[in-house]
Design a protein around this ligand. Structure first.
Ligand SMILES: Cc1ncc(COP(=O)(O)O)c(C=O)c1O
Length: 455
């Protein structure tokens, strides 16, 4: 989708910054009471050591979440609620560690093997927060989850073979398929009682002789599902039976709502199932620093490790290592304050929708900082079918959910991610990122309510 405004970017961003912040502060209609509540805030939010409540503008920093959307859609964008990073000021321990490293003014190659202190920080975090023992010798560093996923797909899934996914699923997986020259094999999940479940018959039927890998997302982006141990065991058993390797992407592991349990795939109580898997993790989502380009993967299966390493170049970024290690070692209290804030954001969205937009289908996510909203007949009412059809022979062909994304920006000033990007099953849904200050969410929700209720 190419949408260009052709504006002078620097000047435009300056002005757009004012627009976005003004938008956040002044909301109309149903907005005013909710806005006041958010500004006063439950006293709880005022008490913490870290301030997640004050809007922290990222405009003008070349960030995808705001600047890219303003470039694409123009100054209509009031609130960017798209790509999955968060708007908060980072945990102070991260900046402190980076400042200290800056004193040493040399940026030569960093060894990717033998980063003992960093690897120890990773294993400590997994043990302490997730009760998972990872053998340090099995950890391979990477500049992101994607490079590890691509190397692993190249190892197990030859070009033109199929990769199984439970959809809707993380949109970035589709670009990993492109880079490994593999083909999607989408098992659409069943949406029942507000929760997504695996369609087990379809899932197994898709484990054909040309399907060698499963891309599993836990906790699941975009639906917010946190898979139970039973679900994971059943997935693992079927994959073992049909010789499908499990690629467990657990980048959202640190985000589970209170009372929900995240089960690392590598912690399952069946050695054979675990040996048939590779896990991909990072702390970059957790502390909102994905551009620090640090992630890692590991497996209990030494043959897998050696085979994947042939396709993987373990590069790593010096300041990224410093930032990530600082977060692992000293960031827990920041995260412990953030998680209830995100829980409350999820709750706010649920309460708001029930009260003001009951026509939007929604179930609060069990994990992640993402909300998966179902717009169903609202999308039809605004004519996305016609808009999409009319766009097909233009420079800017749009899917129906892209047409709705554009409609929401135009009419509510809110940018969400289009549901069809997440594969089959996303045709009437949109993903909303709630990893931002409450006031931004209040602005977005009120603006959407006003626009939709005026249709
Ligand atoms: C499930 C999932 N995997 C991977 C990524 C990207 O990981 P990285 O930036 O480390 O390549 C994302 C980013 O949104 C994600 O949601």
């Amino acid at each position: 989708m190419s949408k260009s405004t052709g504006l002078d970017r620097r000047n435009f961003l300056k002005g757009a910054g004012l627009t976005a912040l003004a938008g956040a502060a002044s909301v109309g209609g149903v907005a005013s009471s909710a806005s006041a509540a958010a500004t006063e805030g439950p006293s709880y939010f005022r008490k913490g050591k870290y301030d997640f409540d004050t809007i922290y503008s990222r405009i003008g920093t070349d960030c995808v979440k705001w600047d890219d959307q303003i470039t694409l859609f123009g100054d209509k964008v009031k609130v960017g609620m798209g790509i999955a990073d968060m708007d908060f000021r980072a945990a102070p321990c991260i900046g402190d560690a980076m400042s200290q490293r800056l004193q040493h003014e040399n940026w030569g190659y960093l060894r990717a093997d033998g980063l003992n202190s960093y690897i120890e920080a990773i294993t400590d975090w997994n043990r302490e927060r997730h009760n998972l023992d990872v053998d340090p010798a099995s950890i391979v560093v990477a500049t992101g989850v994607h490079p590890g996923l691509i190397a692993t797909l190249k190892t197990f899934s030859p070009p033109a073979s199929k990769v199984l996914m439970m959809t809707p699923t993380y949109n970035g997986f589709y670009s990993d398929l492109t880079r490994s020259q593999t083909i999607k094999n989408e098992s659409v999940m069943i949406f029942e009682n507000g929760r997504y479940t695996v369609d087990w018959d379809d899932f197994e039927a898709r484990m054909t002789s040309d399907t060698h890998s499963l891309l599993l997302c836990n906790p699941q982006n975009p639906t917010g599902n946190v898979w139970s141990e039973d679900d994971l065991l059943r997935i693992g058993e079927l994959c073992l039976k049909h010789q499908v390797v499990v690629l467990a992407d657990e980048i959202h592991a640190d985000f589970v709502r209170e009372g929900v349990k995240y089960t690392p795939f590598a912690s399952l109580p069946d050695k054979d199932i675990v040996n048939n898997s590779v896990s991909f993790k990072a702390i970059t989502k957790t502390f909102s620093m994905p551009a620090s380009k640090n992630a890692y993967w590991f497996s209990t299966n030494p043959v897998f490790l050696e085979r994947i390493k042939v396709n993987h170049r373990p590069d790593i970024n010096t300041l990224g290592v410093v930032a990530n290690e600082a977060a692992y070692r000293h960031g827990a209290d920041w995260l412990d304050q953030l998680l209830p804030y995100l829980d409350a954001n999820h709750q706010y969205v649920e309460d708001f929708l029930i009260e003001n937009l009951p026509q939007v289908g929604y179930t609060k996510a069990e994990g992640t900082f993402l909300s998966w909203l179902h717009f169903d007949e609202i999308m039809d009412a605004v004519g996305v079918v016609e808009t999409s059809a009319a766009s097909q022979n233009t420079d800017n062909p749009m899917t129906e959910t892209e047409a709705f994304e554009a409609w929401l920006v135009e009419n509510a000033g809110v940018q969400l991610n289009d549901g069809e990007g997440y594969g089959k099953g996303g045709e009437r849904s949109m993903r909303m990122n709630i990893g931002t200050s409450r006031q931004q969410i209040v602005t977005a929700m009120n603006s959407m309510a006003e626009a939709i209720n005026n249709i």
